[in-house]
Design a protein around this ligand. Structure first.
Ligand code: ATP
Length: 458
């Protein structure tokens, strides 16, 4: 089943998430004490943990658990010729439209989902006074200067994607890792785009993080790898608890494809504002390596030992946004059940995995709880100790930030060494021996499955 949502209108779920994020320390507006900086955001104590966990879950499954992918961390500032070769200098543009009346700036291809600042709320061009210019192309790359002299020869760009750092290191990595086709190079890092219309919280910002893989394959085998990658990447979101009914794979039509691409598909999430891209998977042929080969004059081929011949590998590129993904995990986790607010985050992603609570602040319970904390921290769980307020309130505070497990130490604990283990999702409670807690939590995390009741209204 597909569903569209009210385009461009403020949305209750989004507003509630923005407010929860600020209240509980997931995200703050950047430079807030100076009035903020348009669509720039700072991750607070919980947000930084969540986003790290998202990136870690990606790195673990895409790099560490695979023998065919290695990592890279290339620099943000790179030789300007890279952007000439990749086509970004000439083509990394969006069509910009100005309104001569309200001075608003809009992306010509986003008019239908944009809002004119005049009331009542309408799309740009829909008020009788609107006076929109013809679209002109605007390059999205941020420019700066290398060194103290602001001359044309010192111009460099903040990278608009991490991918090019991978392509230009193809030979270095292939030789150093003695990698054989097919193999991939993965990178997580910041990218910068001077977006005309950023917005929808962290969905579209000017500074963001990407998680990208260039997967190099033998020419002629690209279609099968393309199919495999679409599935691998879709399954990654589901395995980490995103509900399949809120995800879809949308294959691009031939009119959307770049001239060199053989195929491109977006993994889309049903955001409160509409279905929108979380990640793109592209079948890019040998375009990028050939462009860099031509521009640099360096050999970027791969030598096939058995056939004694050189080929330029083809590439499949799964390109995801860490911030956009983190936002989607948050939105997907958010549920309001009566007066209980709960984030059903996967235990692998939750900033706090387990809350430890002495039932009361006496009779040895705080001391015993500290022992439980030490055990859990020794086993690398993100554990949080809380002794203040009624136990029910403490559970609710953890539900609201997405903590999947609660451990309560009571008078029985002192007598028999067992604790109450409470699960966030169904609020069930069982008794577990303290020494068995790490194993029980690991097992529950491994077996975790989010209930999917189908598309829910925001
Ligand atoms: P869009 O059409 O939404 O602008 P795109 O197709 O230009 O995205 P890609 O160049 O394919 O995006 O970048 C890969 C991923 O990087 C996107 O799927 C998204 O998750 C993330 N991303 C791209 N631009 C932004 C942005 N301005 N803010 C946050 N994340 C972004």
């Amino acid at each position: 089943m597909t569903e569209t949502r009210s385009k461009g209108k403020p949305n209750k779920t989004m507003e509630e998430i923005v407010s929860l994020c600020k209240r509980r320390g997931y995200l703050f507006q950047s430079s807030e004490i100076y009035g903020g900086l348009n669509s720039c955001w700072d991750y607070g104590p919980l947000g930084v943990e969540l986003k790290r966990n998202v990136k870690e879950a990606w790195w673990k499954r895409m790099v560490r658990r695979r023998e065919d992918i290695v990592g890279l961390d290339s620099s943000i500032l790179m030789h300007p010729s890279i952007w000439k070769a990749s086509g970004h200098l000439a083509n990394f543009t969006d069509p910009l439209v100005d309104c001569k009346v309200c001075k608003g700036r809009f992306r010509a291809d986003h008019i239908a989902t944009s809002q004119c600042p005049k009331k009542p709320s309408k799309c740009p061009g829909e008020h009788s006074e609107c006076d929109l210019t013809e679209p002109r192309m605007f390059n999205l790359m941020f420019k700066t200067f290398l060194g103290p002299v602001e001359s044309d020869s010192a111009v460099v760009y903040l990278r608009p994607e991490t991918a090019q750092g991978i392509f230009v290191n193809f030979q270095n990595v292939q030789r150093a890792a003695r990698a054989k086709l097919p193999f991939g190079i993965a990178q997580i890092g910041k990218a910068f785009r001077n977006e005309i219309t950023p917005g929808n919280f962290t969905f579209r910002t000017r500074e963001f993080e990407q998680m990208e893989i260039e997967y190099f394959v033998m020419p002629g085998t690209e279609n099968e790898h393309y199919e495999t990658w679409k599935k691998t990447r879709f399954d990654w979101y589901v395995e980490l608890g995103m509900r399949p009914s809120h995800l879809r794979l949308r294959e691009h039509g031939s009119d959307e494809l770049a001239h060199y691409a053989r195929g491109c598909a977006d993994i889309e999430y049903l955001f409160p504002f509409d279905w929108s891209e979380l990640e793109g998977i592209a079948n890019r042929t040998d375009y990028d390596l050939k462009c860099h080969q031509a521009e640099s004059g360096k050999d970027l081929t791969y030598f096939i030992e058995e056939e004694k011949k050189h080929v330029v590998p083809y590439v499949i590129e799964p390109s995801a946004g860490a911030d956009r993904g983190t936002l989607a995990f948050l939105l997907d986790a958010y549920e309001q059940e009566g007066d209980r607010t709960v984030l059903r985050l996967h235990p692998e992603l939750a900033p706090v995995q387990v809350g430890v609570f002495p039932l009361v602040k006496k009779d040895g319970m705080p001391e015993k709880s500290r022992e439980v904390m030490d055990l859990l921290l020794d086993h690398s769980f993100a554990a949080f100790y809380d002794e203040s307020g009624a136990i029910g309130r403490r559970y609710r505070r953890q539900d609201e930030i997405g903590t999947p497990y609660g451990v309560t130490v009571d008078s029985d604990t002192i007598a028999d060494g067992t604790v109450t283990l409470r699960l966030r999702d169904d609020m069930s409670q069982t008794r577990v021996k303290i020494q068995e807690l790490p194993g029980a939590l690991r097992e529950a995390t491994h077996a975790y499955k989010r209930v999917d009741r189908g598309v829910e209204t925001p």
